[in-house]
Design a protein around this ligand. Structure first.
Ligand SMILES: *Cc1c(COP(=O)(O)O)cnc(C)c1O
Length: 353
């Protein structure tokens, strides 16, 4: 079976070999040392300030999104949410549940985020802007330059859900003045699900996290940050996934993070070129290297998904909501090759014919 999904994705041999092993006890100096090394490598990979903080949460990505909102903002703030699909809507739901006021920049399907859409919200005193850098439900990659400039001129904290964009697209906390980066284990890191990572800037820590009452025991960032000073977590973490993470980060470090992103980009561009040559329809808004949406205007996307899975042993990613019948998404994260792309496209050609 081949997974062209957006998580869990096709895992690497090295990770699979690790995941079958007996787990160690974790309140030890060896485990702490591993955690501190992982923290340093993660900071380097997203070009975070040295003094920024890294929080390891045993939760899926949504848990980290919710924890970030709970620890960084209060009902006395107003937030701006860029909402162009299912994950933007998830930020809206989180703010509703936690009674944090917000406005949304709604991006209808097929349109792209523009400078003008954002500048309408200038001067309104937003404490923070929440965005999914790659809105994975449509594959749109938002322009970080536009968002960063908006946050800068409005004194707004920049919260980036980079869960599907990390390792697929360029990401640099210093260059774009990003205050929070959220990452999860089951996307391009190609690890088991269950671990999410939040990297926060000095500014976010000092101005916000230190002063905000998270209202949560399990998800309290202050506790996590205090414990991570010695390479520990407040509660039992996903020990196995943290071990997988450490190995993966070391291998990424020796490869070079730019090389990894270039590889994902090449895998994705190869797919898009061959797909277009084969007559498949790809939307025209800017796309992340993590995933390619393919349109099925005749409304047979679910049938194509099932045929690929049952007859070809290939799993792509179905869509939800209004796009369910007309769009499939092809992931480029994890252990995939050009041969895999070719096999998927030849299968798609057979099915569509
Ligand atoms: C996958 C993903 C998430 C997290 O979803 P979970 O199912 O909670 O892991 C969040 N945001 C984006 C943009 C994602 O792609």
């Amino acid at each position: 079976m081949k997974l062209f999904t957006v998580g869990p994705v096709e895992m690497y041999r090295e990770t699979l070999d690790l995941s079958g092993k007996q787990l160690p006890y974790f309140r030890t100096s060896e485990f702490s040392e591993m955690m501190l090394e992982s923290e340093m490598m993660l900071k380097r990979f997203v070009n975070a300030q040295n003094s920024s903080k890294v929080i390891f949460l045993t939760a899926s990505g949504t848990g980290a999104m919710e924890a970030t909102v709970m620890n960084c903002f209060t009902e006395f703030d107003r937030l701006l949410i860029i909402s162009g699909g299912g994950f933007g809507e998830r930020f809206e739901k989180i703010c509703n549940i936690h009674k944090i006021p917000f406005d949304t920049v709604k991006i209808p399907f097929g349109e792209r985020l523009t400078e003008d859409m954002l500048s309408e919200y200038d001067g309104k005193g937003y404490a923070g802007l929440l965005v999914n850098l790659d809105e994975t439900s449509t594959g749109q990659l938002y322009d970080k330059n536009i968002i960063s400039a908006f946050c800068k001129r409005n004194g707004t904290l920049f919260v980036a859900d980079a869960i599907s964009s990390f390792l697929a697209d360029e990401l640099d906390m210093c260059k774009w003045n990003i205050d929070v980066v959220i990452i999860s284990s089951q996307k391009a890191l190609a690890l088991s699900p269950g671990l999410s990572i939040v990297i926060v800037s000095d500014r976010m820590f000092n101005d916000r996290i230190s002063n905000v009452d998270s209202g949560s025991l399990y998800f309290d960032f202050k506790e996590h940050i205090e414990n991570q000073k010695r390479g520990q977590t407040p509660f039992t973490p996903a020990v196995g996934v943290l071990i997988e993470l450490h190995e993966m980060l070391k291998s990424l470090e020796s490869k070079g993070i730019d090389v990894k992103i270039a590889e994902t980009k090449a895998q994705c561009e190869h797919f898009r070129t061959v797909a277009k040559e084969s007559g498949l329809i790809i939307p025209s808004y800017p796309l992340s290297n993590a995933v390619t949406p393919i349109m099925f205007p005749e409304g047979n996307a679910i049938e194509v998904f099932e045929t690929l899975r049952c007859d070809y042993d290939i799993t792509v990613t179905p869509s939800g909501g209004a796009l369910k019948k007309i769009m499939l998404r092809v992931g480029h994260m994890g252990n995939l090759t050009r041969d895999d792309n070719d096999q998927l496209i030849s299968a798609l050609k057979e099915i569509v014919r």
